[in-house]
Write a protein that binds this ligand. Structure first.
Ligand code: PAF
Length: 282
């Protein structure tokens, strides 16, 4: 596995693959890798001729400087884990490699997608995600790029961005990996104490509860019952929303296929995000 830091070096290696019409699989990350990331890399390994992973804690997607400072950074451990995986190239750029002095962020109108839920509570976050992911796509030019469904709204935003900018890449959405009691794997879990983790299980319990009662109620009723169910917890609830999986419009009276409940809660000072599809497709 090669660790590459410059745009020139990675493009030189990858252009040979492109000339030979080989498939390049790409897994962008912010590091602090866990089994969820490794499952994306494994899937990419089965569907491509080469797998590239990037590790870059992107400052433009943090609207809170403290959150950026305390975001876990474990580069040596990450590289060791990647060596054991299907990854052949790790791209580990510095901030000025991604954002050189003459860099101009693309302007993409995301409509409702960056206004609701995370867009409302983390203003500017998705424009930062669009900026970095489009820049990484420009550098790597992948055939397929892999994202976890835990960041459900991010996947919708990235799909819309690739369409708006006509970027020729397939966005592959992969299932959320969970621990044995349902806590969604996340780099931020590294910041939780053992006690916090016990508390955080209530997030998934609330999502599961929503799924159980879906047949008996409207989306608005399910949202309010889930909110009541959550309230017994020590965590502070930021929001629960039940949305259309494509438009992200809030559902109130009617269910649609793939209706998804999204939840954000603060466990101590750690912000945790999760979601679950309440109604199946088909
Ligand atoms: O999901 C993440 O880790 C980040 O938002 C991403 C896609 C790597 C962009 O920085």
């Amino acid at each position: 596995m090669q660790v590459i830091k410059t745009v020139e070096a990675i493009q030189q290696i990858l252009q040979e693959y492109r000339y030979a019409s080989k498939k390049i699989g790409f897994v962008p990350t912010m590091g602090a890798l866990h089994e969820g990331h490794l499952s994306l890399i494994q899937k990419a390994g089965t569907e491509n001729d080469i797998v590239v992973a990037s590790i870059f804690v992107n400052p433009t997607q943090f609207n809170n400087p403290e959150d950026l400072d305390r975001y876990p950074r474990t580069p040596e451990q990450d590289i060791d884990r990647l060596k054991e995986s299907a990854c052949s190239i790790v791209f580990l750029p510095e901030v000025d490699t991604i954002y050189p002095a003459d860099f101009r962020a693309p302007s993409v109108d995301l409509g409702l997608l960056d206004k609701v839920m995370e867009g409302k509570y983390r203003p500017g976050h998705f424009q930062g995600v669009v900026t970095v992911v489009s820049r990484l796509f420009e550098i790597v030019q992948p055939t397929n790029a892999y994202f976890g469904r835990k960041d459900f709204q991010q996947v919708a935003v990235i799909k819309a961005m690739t369409k708006a900018l006509s970027i020729p890449v397939n966005i592959i959405e992969c299932p959320t990996l969970r621990d044995e009691r349902g806590l969604a794997l996340s780099s931020r879990n590294l910041l939780l104490t053992k006690e916090d983790i016990q508390t955080a299980y209530h997030i998934y319990e609330t999502l599961e509860y929503g799924k159980k009662i879906v047949a008996l109620h409207t989306p608005s009723e399910v949202k309010s019952l889930m909110t009541n169910y959550f309230m017994g917890s020590k965590m502070e609830l930021e929001y629960i929303e039940i949305v259309d999986p494509i438009s992200l419009e809030e559902l109130t009276t009617e269910w649609v296929e793939g209706a998804t409940a999204c939840i954000v809660a603060h466990c101590g000072n750690i912000r945790l995000i999760d979601n679950l599809e309440l109604t199946p497709y088909g």
